[in-house]
Design a protein around this ligand. Sequence first.
Ligand code: SAM
Length: 192
Amino acid sequence: MNRFDKEALSWDDLPRRVELAKAVVREVKDKLKKDDKVLDFGCGTGLVGLNLAPFVKEVVGIDTSLKMVERFNEKAKLLNLNAKAFKKDIFEVDEVFDVAVSSMTIHHIKDLNALSMKLQNIANKIFIADLCKEDGTFHDHGNEGVEHFGFLKKELFEIFRDFDLEYRVIHTIKKGENREYPVFLLELTKRR
Ligand SMILES: C[S@@+](CC[C@H](N)C(=O)[O-])C[C@H]1O[C@@H](n2cnc3c(N)ncnc32)[C@H](O)[C@@H]1O
């Protein structure tokens, strides 16, 4: 059982996670079309994907944690949503989607040049939310499985250079008295 399996049942209990997901949904939902098929990679319990489902034709979640996937599917069923999750690594996806979204996942993925190439093949438009560059203090439980301490804008523009890019800071996660972690949203559009 990995860290995410262990945390799946209580994942939604942390208000800061719910708040961040709301900010991502608020920014992304108006850019989606009613007939879009949307992939949420690193979907977790569906804080982003399930809240986008009412605005699109279908949401497919994928996550390497089985417990997260199970929680996503329980919630989708309960809410009667057009959304289903599968236990899968993003590098195993070969279905094609109109849009891919992802929140707080790419800092767990080591090879982001490979991710950029993968995304070129599976989606036309991609929204990625994650931490701006941080000093390694974001994860209170330690940094096992953390491949990147957030990202500089220029690093992201280099990694995803084959896309048209828009970058903006959409939210700040606050921890304790004076720890603040800004979160960016990157909008990638595949060049024709
Ligand atoms: C920090 S959680 C974010 C979950 C959710 N997006 C949210 O905002 O609540 C990161 C998730 O990404 C998943 N993950 C990490 N690497 C992955 C990969 N290569 N492919 C698919 N999922 C991955 C983890 O299992 C975990 O559930």
